[in-house]
Design a protein around this ligand. Structure first.
Ligand code: CO
Length: 453
């Protein structure tokens, strides 16, 4: 339904139940053209196509799903980006979800989620959930466009003007990190994640790490990227001390451990960082060690953020219900999209856990817009990861959310407010060969044992 049709319907004087607002006119006086569609609600729709748009405007493999409907011009887009296995998601969408969903009513978002979930019999997992997320977010986009509303309105309306962002500052040494923190603060960011290279080892989140490129073929007997955690655990508190001394107390500081320490090291690190009042310490332990959070939680007052690798409720529900973390970090497309994320957000609200959805460059702008809508409508929002979108990405995804004064702001256009320029998207094909997407599984201990992650 086009906007003018919605307006015509609203001005026809007929409510959703087919009852005239003006009693004096009586039911018999409704013109058939107005009464008939109003009695049924919005006109029926069918899904006529489900397809993927694969594009990499900034070198990161993005997967977007486009769902087309029987109403000319009415379609939706959703994020299905699992950049490390993008072609597997593409296959899951085109070969499996597409035939399952053609002809379905796109209004039935929850039923499409629940039936898609069991349609493979074996369920869960990042490939299938990302594929489902692409469809799910596209259906929310369609519904919001039908209502002529920005998506946050369908989710309950704004409880805040914008979503606080956090900027990534990383450097080879403290001075470089300090420069980046200052740069971000000068541009209005109130939250900055700080990561620094550790000399001699391949460090997460700090470019130009030493020890990253030893010669030869990687393997357990010839590790080419070596990581050892001891020096890191000693260095990070000194980085926090430096930034607090040089930049001051106002800026909120975040840090991502990226699972690379043992439980005792995580306890020591978190305790040492307490005095610098971190906003959160992220992923101190791998998801395989979820139970360790019971111990860590008892030992430190540092706020804990966890969950970017989680897929299912079996992983995040115990941590939330046990009040073992302060921020949930799920990657929205990885848990099945907006339909599941809003349930997770609601669950978290009851347990005092705030949302900090995973959202670096390997979430498409559509995914950012979707989670932003939820953040604006969720009481227990914590923080949004990211600092905006590069120019090439903005060109492909027209209508990206704006960034201003450290906030991400929602578009007021209906739905996600994003138009994907498919012709331009095709001009940015996936990069082949070893890129950032293939880095994991190659960092090892000095003795060759592969680390997580
Ligand atoms: Co992380």
């Amino acid at each position: 339904m086009q906007r003018r049709d919605v307006l015509r319907w609203l001005s026809s004087g007929v409510g959703a139940g087919g009852v005239a607002f003006a009693p004096s006119r009586g039911l018999a006086f409704q013109p058939p053209s107005a009464a008939a569609p109003a009695a049924r609600g919005l006109p029926p729709l069918r899904i006529t196509d489900v397809k993927t748009v694969l594009t990499a405007p900034n070198g990161i493999r993005l997967v977007v799903v486009k769902v087309t409907t029987s109403e000319p011009g009415l379609y939706g887009v959703g994020c299905a980006t699992f950049t490390q296995r993008a072609y597997a998601v593409d296959t899951a969408v085109e070969k499996y979800l597409r035939p399952f969903l053609l002809g379905r009513n796109p209004d039935e978002i929850e039923d499409i989620w629940q039936s898609s979930y069991v349609s493979s019999y074996w369920r869960n997992g990042p490939v299938l959930f990302n594929a489902m997320s692409g469809v799910d977010e596209a259906l929310w986009d369609i519904k919001a466009k039908r209502a002529s509303m920005p998506l946050y309105q369908l989710l309950g309306g704004k409880v805040r003007k914008g979503a606080d962002l956090y900027y990534h500052a990383s450097g080879r040494d403290f001075a470089e990190v300090e420069d980046q923190v200052r740069w971000a603060v000068e541009r209005g960011f109130r939250h900055v994640r700080i990561q620094v290279a550790v000399e001699g080892v391949s460090t997460y989140g700090a470019g130009g790490a030493a020890g990253a490129a030893a010669a030869g073929e990687d393997g357990p007997t010839n590790p080419t990227r070596v990581w050892e955690p001891s020096a890191y655990v000693r260095l990070v508190p000194r980085l926090f001390e430096h930034i607090r001394a040089k930049v001051g107390e106002e800026v909120e500081l975040l840090h991502d451990v990226h699972e690379r320490v043992t439980l005792p090291q995580a306890v020591q690190l978190c305790k040492e960082l307490e005095k610098y009042r971190p906003f959160f310490i992220e992923d101190p332990l791998p998801p395989e060690e979820n139970e360790h959070f019971r111990i860590l939680r008892q030992q430190t007052s540092a706020p804990l953020a966890m969950g970017e690798l989680f897929n299912t409720q079996h992983e995040y529900v115990p941590l939330v219900a046990g009040r073992l973390v302060d921020f949930i970090r799920c990657h929205v497309s990885q848990i099945g999209g907006l339909s599941m994320a809003r349930k997770v957000a609601a669950l978290c609200e009851f347990f005092g856990v705030r949302t900090a959805w995973h959202g670096p460059g390997d979430t498409s702008p559509v995914g950012h817009a979707s989670q932003l809508a939820l953040e604006l409508a969720s009481y227990n929002f914590g923080i949004h990861e990211g600092a905006g979108f590069p120019p090439e990405t903005r060109d492909v995804f027209r209508g990206c959310p704006e960034v201003k004064d450290g906030y991400m702001l929602a578009s007021e256009a209906p739905g996600h407010g994003i138009e994907v320029d498919e012709k331009l998207a095709a001009k940015f094909p996936y990069p082949e060969g070893p890129t950032f997407d293939y880095n994991w599984g190659r960092t090892r201990r000095r003795d060759g044992t592969v680390i997580r992650p």
